[in-house]
Design a protein around this ligand. Structure first.
Ligand code: FMN
Length: 181
């Protein structure tokens, strides 16, 4: 399964991005996890600019989503909601084909953030019929240093959890393909 991992944080030392890097490192031979780094290049969404074609950064982002068999999203809570940059990216996708029925699952890097999790479930469940609310895991990484996070995610228990997460997502994605075909 080809997974596009999208972090909702642009922070250099982001715990969410670190979690997705841990997911990529934990992936077994059946899965390839690529981190998406294009969210910061996206212009502010306007329906007037959807095209076709949309701005090049949007086309590149949408193409990366389209190539993926599934998306994994890890997104911090900002002011009890999702960060504007992440919502902007979702807005660019919402009228396009790439996101429809795309299998999507959430990871979470904080012991807090129930509001953003509720937001993400509502928004992603709206844009994709493939959103899987039950495929979810959370790692309490807030306030840990990058070295501590790397050590925690490389531990056998964490690696097994991340692999299990990917395996559940692969089963879900395959079921959607089978149902559609
Ligand atoms: C502007 C801003 C607003 C925030 N608002 C909340 C909030 O409402 N609830 C919360 O639990 N954490 C809030 N936080 C804390 C972040 O969610 C937390 O630091 C998170 O770990 C950041 O993710 P990152 O490490 O991937 O950058 C906020 C942080 C910032 C910078």
């Amino acid at each position: 399964m080809k997974v596009l991992a999208i972090s909702g944080s642009r922070r250099a030392a982001s715990t969410n991005t670190a979690l997705l890097r841990g997911l990529a490192a934990a992936a077994g031979p059946g899965h390839a996890v690529t981190l998406c780094d294009g969210l910061g290049d996206l212009p502010i969404f306007s329906p007037d600019r959807e095209g076709p074609p949309a701005p090049p950064a949007v086309e590149a982002f949408a193409a990366a989503v389209g190539r993926a068999d599934a998306l994994v999203i890890s997104c911090p809570e900002y002011v009890r909601a999702m960060p504007g940059g992440f919502k902007n990216a979702v807005d660019w996708l919402v009228s396009r084909d790439e996101i429809i029925a795309k299998p999507i699952a959430l990871l979470h890097a904080s012991h807090r953030g129930e509001d953003v999790l509720a937001d993400l479930r509502r928004v992603l469940g709206t844009v994709s019929a493939g959103f899987a609310p039950d495929i979810f895991d959370r790692f309490e990484l807030m306030k840990l240093t990058p070295d501590e996070i790397a050590e925690r995610l490389a531990a056998p228990e964490a690696t097994a959890r991340l692999r299990g997460f990917l395996d559940r997502l692969a089963v879900h994605a395959q079921a959607l393909v089978s149902a559609g075909g």
